[in-house]
Design a protein around this ligand. Structure first.
Ligand SMILES: *[C@@H]1O[C@H](CO)[C@@H](O)[C@H](O)[C@H]1NC(C)=O
Length: 344
């Protein structure tokens, strides 16, 4: 497109239209005109199609909106909200971060790790999870064969390089990172290290989120100890769980375990997700009932919460699956009731 315009302009010039000036000046003018045209064209294209550059508002982090979403839908995770928002704010609004932001989410299944990742994507990219700058990898789906680790690693490096050279503000989410072959994780290291650029590409503006269930049992043990000591859940601070990082509980077997990311402390934030209690399950049920456009009732919420399994056996404090499957349970109960109503 650009070439064609430049050719047209040069032809006009050569045809004697005001071409008395020296050719170099004319050519420069044509070049500038061509570039301006191209820029205009790009701008127009970016009003309709997702673009990465700063002026186009396809990438617009909104920390306030993120906070509202986390507050409203992430139940029982007071530690998560503060750390995630602050870390993102510091990174996304910095034009020259010293390295890529790496956050590692840990804890029992159903605690909201995927949900938080989704909210981060939705409040950074206009297209949310559908943005071409958001990349999700699930170890058991994308890298299922241990013996292919070397090939996966090369692919992954190509993808990261290719995608970041298209857009520096890319988001990479690695689900089940604990199930990823060790060699692969070390392959990510160069991209999240403090390098200014690798082969002309600057990786420091990208964000990496690692999700895994590791540390779940240790977090729960600590919570139980505190509960016995009469401390309330909301009193638990990151500091109380800090020792788990030192113990390596978040990097037990597989995945990050023994990886160079850990040895070089390239993970910026370890974020523990606490096991959920019955009252949090009820809040999740409430969200889901409302989302389906039904009127919530105490009784309905209670029957959803009753369906879940709780542990430890002696006091049944925590849900074994967190809020996972609460949505299905709500759907199932509502459907059963509607079916029964038909026959009343
Ligand atoms: C970007 O990553 C995706 C995987 O999420 C991959 O399929 C694609 O080829 C990558 N793009 C480039 C330009 O490397």
């Amino acid at each position: 497109m650009r070439i064609r315009w430049i050719v047209v302009c040069i032809m006009l010039l050569l045809n004697g239209l005001n071409c008395k000036g020296s050719l170099p000046i004319g050519a420069t003018a044509v070049g500038i005109a061509g570039a301006a045209l191209y820029a205009g064209f790009e701008k127009l294209r970016c009003t309709f199609y997702e673009c990465c550059y700063k002026g186009a508002d396809w990438i617009q982090p909104n920390i306030a909106a993120l906070n509202i979403a986390l507050e409203k839908y992430i139940h029982g995770q007071h530690l998560v909200r503060n750390v995630v928002s602050r870390a993102l704010k510091a990174h996304l609004f910095n034009d020259q971060p010293s390295k890529a932001l790496v956050m590692s989410f840990h804890g029992w299944t159903g605690g909201g790790k995927n949900f938080v990742s989704k909210f981060i994507a939705e409040n950074t990219y206009k297209l949310g999870m559908k943005s071409q700058y958001v990349h999700i990898f699930v170890s058991t789906l994308d890298f299922p064969h241990e013996q292919m680790a070397d090939i996966y690693k090369l692919h992954l490096q190509d993808w990261i390089r290719g995608n970041v050279s298209k857009c520096e503000r890319s988001l990479f989410i690695f689900d089940e990172i604990d199930k990823m072959p060790l060699g692969m994780i070390n392959g990510i290291k160069p991209f999240i290290d403090y390098h200014e650029s690798i082969g002309g590409v600057d990786f420091r503006k990208s964000v990496f989120i690692f999700l895994s269930n590791t540390g779940g049992p240790d977090i729960t043990r600590t919570m139980l100890q505190m509960w016995r000591a009469g401390k309330s859940r909301e009193d638990i601070t990151l500091m109380d769980l800090e020792h788990l990082i030192q113990l390596g509980a978040f990097n037990e077997d597989g995945g990050l375990h023994k990886s160079e990311l850990i040895q070089h402390s390239l993970v910026d934030h370890y974020i523990p997700f606490l096991p959920l209690e019955r009252r949090h399950i009820e809040l999740c049920a409430l969200d889901e009932i409302r989302r389906r456009g039904h009127r919530p009732s105490q009784e309905l919420v209670k029957s959803v919460a009753d369906e879940m399994v709780y542990f430890p056996p002696e006091n049944k404090l925590f849900s074994t699956t967190g809020c996972k499957r609460v949505a299905q349970k709500v759907g199932y109960i509502l459907a059963t009731r509607e079916y029964e109503n038909l026959f009343e």
